[in-house]
Design a protein. Structure first.
Length: 367
């Protein structure tokens, strides 16, 4: 799990942000924000909240079913999550009651809130000034601390394990549900524990991607885009490999697209470093794909990743982010067409270092 020392440092950084913004306090209730600051990974049916004041005081409100976890806050308030093992449906209201008590105790009048469900009840009864603090939290979470990176490296190892199995079992006639089921089992076994979110991304054959479809079997000549997204201890891994269903045999058109995208990843690895605008990287790769394959990028080039599958920075022309040292990003150029019998997408996950990108995915790129 996350380290208490780093979590306390993150709380201290948040307090400084609040003081700069003239907030008296912030209330975090979404799982990823509470985990980030409080080193507490809630179950989805046990809401929690973390309150931090501008002068550095902090309080975690959590279920009484997790009493063995270390405390990173000054105070921990536990509420009764069930009665004789029947879950209480009013848990969000219980959390809201505790939050309002702490805000009154802190004397907080101007408070920043995230978009947690429990905060809706707090906001309905809070008598002070309320504003969103989410943009500040998103920016704080961009650069990963060492404890976060350790978890994320494990998530990428799970990705690699899933790809090893995918290469072994992909063949004409394999059912999409079967492939998905085996990859999910592999992810759990490699993690050594249940995943902390539903297994995402793309497991559909012969198309751009999507969830596995009941009764849909892979056909000879198709390309199988396998985009895995395992969540380990609250942090996501994300990578993509495209496999030729005919056990490695691919057409000239498929190989041409693959070569274009393989080179696209190498170009990103050469030019991406702290201070480079993400929009410029997108435009460079878009021009490369158009020059080599006659089409532009069909979707974003990539995204940041961490406690959420998509975070800052965005390698997408709708944003104008700049890379920062310590971020983790995914780069995933793709080409799709009927001629390709689906399409090709290749995706690696990278740590942005002072010298450039460190690839966190070991799996080979070949079809």
């Amino acid at each position: 799990m996350l380290n208490v020392h780093y979590s306390k440092a993150r709380i201290a950084r948040l307090a400084k942000v609040l003081a700069t913004r003239n907030f008296d306090a912030a209330v975090c209730g979404t799982a990823w924000h509470v985990h980030y600051f409080g080193a507490y990974l809630q179950r989805w049916f046990h809401p929690s909240a973390l309150i931090v004041s501008a002068d550095g005081r902090s309080c975690l409100i959590r279920s009484n079913r997790c009493t063995d976890l270390p405390a990173t806050t000054d105070q921990v308030i536990e509420y009764e999550a069930d009665h004789m093992f029947t879950l209480r449906q009013e848990q969000p209201q219980v959390v809201a009651d505790r939050v309002l008590e702490i805000l009154r105790r802190f004397g907080s009048r101007r408070v920043g809130f995230d978009a947690a469900a429990a905060n809706a009840d707090v906001l309905a009864r809070f008598e002070g000034q309320a504003e969103s603090v989410e943009p500040d939290l998103w920016q704080m979470r961009r650069v990963k601390d060492a404890d976060e990176l350790a978890i994320m490296r494990k998530a990428t190892q799970i990705c690699d394990a899933m790809f090893r199995v995918a290469r072994e079992i992909t063949r004409p006639g394999i059912d999409e549900i079967e492939l998905f089921s085996q990859l999910q089992s592999t992810a759990v076994m490699e993690a050594g524990e249940p995943l902390t979110a539903l297994l995402g991304n793309d497991y559909a054959c012969g198309c751009m991607g999507g969830l596995p479809r009941a009764g849909r079997k892979a056909d000879a000549g198709e390309l199988y885009i396998v985009d895995v997204g395992p969540a380990y201890r609250g942090y996501f891994g994300d990578a993509t490999r495209t496999l030729a269903v005919d056990r490695g045999r691919a057409t000239d058109a498929q190989m041409c697209a693959w070569e274009s995208l393989s080179e696209a990843l190498r170009i990103v690895e050469r030019i991406a470093r702290p201070g480079v605008r993400c929009r410029e990287i997108f435009e460079t790769i878009g021009a490369h794909v158009h020059r080599t394959h006659g089409v532009g990028l069909a979707h974003h080039l990539g995204h940041g990743i961490g406690a959420q599958p998509h975070e800052f920075p965005h390698l997408n022309p709708h944003w104008d982010d700049t890379l920062q040292e310590g971020e983790v990003i995914c780069i995933e150029p793709g080409i799709y067409s009927d001629e390709l019998r689906g399409g090709i997408r290749l995706e690696n996950e990278y740590l942005v270092t002072s010298k450039g990108l460190e690839n966190l995915i070991d799996s080979p790129l070949d079809l």
